[in-house]
Write a protein that binds this ligand. Sequence first.
Ligand code: GLN
Length: 489
Amino acid sequence: MSDLHLLTVTELVARLTSGACSSVDAVQALIARKQATDGELHAYISLDEADALAQAQVADARRAGGDSAPLLGVPVGVKDLINVKGQPCSCGSKLLRPYTSPYDATAVARLREAGAVLCGRLNMDEFGMGSSNENSSYGPAYNPWDTARVPGGSSGGSAAAVAAESAFVCLGSDTGGSIRQPASFCGCVGLKPSYGRISRFGLTAYASSLDQIGSLSKSVADAATMLQVMAGWDERDSTSLDLEVPDYAAAMQQDLTGLKLGFPQAFFVEGIDPDVADAVNAAVEHCRELGAEIIDVQMPHIKYAVAAYYVVATAEASTNLARFDGVRYGDRREGGNPEQLASCTRAAGFGMEVKRRIILGTYVLSSGYYDAYYLRAQKVRSLIRKDFEQAFAQCDAILSPVAPTAAYPQGAKLADPLQMYLGDICTVPVNLAGLCGLSVPCGFTSEDMPVGLQIIGPAMGEEMLFRVGHQYEQATDWHTRRPGIGGAA
Ligand code: GLN
């Protein structure tokens, strides 16, 4: 087997540019690596090899013709809830099968324009609802470091594939941590851009005021490259912001001298795994050695974030998922009249967790409960936003754990949804406040499971994430460690 699959996107682009390899070579290496690993990982829902090779041939022909688009010939995997024209898009659900996208999401269209080969549908929790990938109607994905454990979620397949090097880079989506937490659990880099930075057009909506598309990659530089291509205003998403997109590769090169990094203790919740706390503390110390000033910031409302998130997210989900009634998409179940058609289709198509969220969301929006739950959650959301505003008045970025634990055994939290929800405490505040966050590898537990450091930046301040993340990454070697799955990686 060639070792092309080991390359980062940056390295692959260099080889493609110099002519040392072709896009067809890269796709073939990826297919071989997937064959060697995916029996154990189940990171992919599907990959149309013939189509991927055909796209690669087109990319190679474009290069031969003098084209030098930034991602020309680079294979990119896509989480199963982002639309890619001509490919299936089932959101990890039974309900939508066998839906095939008639159009590209804007982020995907921009990647295509930049020359990327859209290659593979990655496993996920149904409609993005979950933290372990165990809520996929295709069956779970597994953690490449220990297949008895979860890869995290909901972008579990994307993270597992990148960590196992059966994908060079993948798209994910993050509503409350679904990119950063699986990146932390699998030992790769996960970027959740600010709300409005990347168009959500073509991203199947879970909770529209929280959702963002982002990437799972092997390096911070790759995350910066992906954002550079996908970012920017889109007339099809009125919440995308019409702001100039900075030069991320340049921002990344600045050292940490003189930066102020906030380190709020509020993220060190009760029950945090001491190994996780040690790894994060050591990473913060490392940033200090690299020239940053570490300052204490108070965030008194973080402790209410999970409660507020699960009200807001479920409320929006109950509305967004109302469209799946069996009339237009997917696996329709006839029921005599339209009401029964919808009810039978939804009863048969949605999984347990999705049903739980729809019921919860409908409840918190219902008359008599709206003020007590939904409105109150919105007030808490404002308080959390204010906590961050005050923090960012004192510092340039904030450091925290990504999750209170590393990857846990399959099934460990399935019986107790509340326990699963509580694991989202460090990531949901970032979505509630519309900020950006990056997860970078920062160590391992005593059981050899990866741990991530979360870097939180102000809204539209991704250059700060890349600067801190890249400088830290270059000073450490955590990101170079790879799991042993599939033979020598
Ligand atoms: N784990 C969180 C949830 O289940 C976040 C999911 C996500 O970001 N899509 O809602």
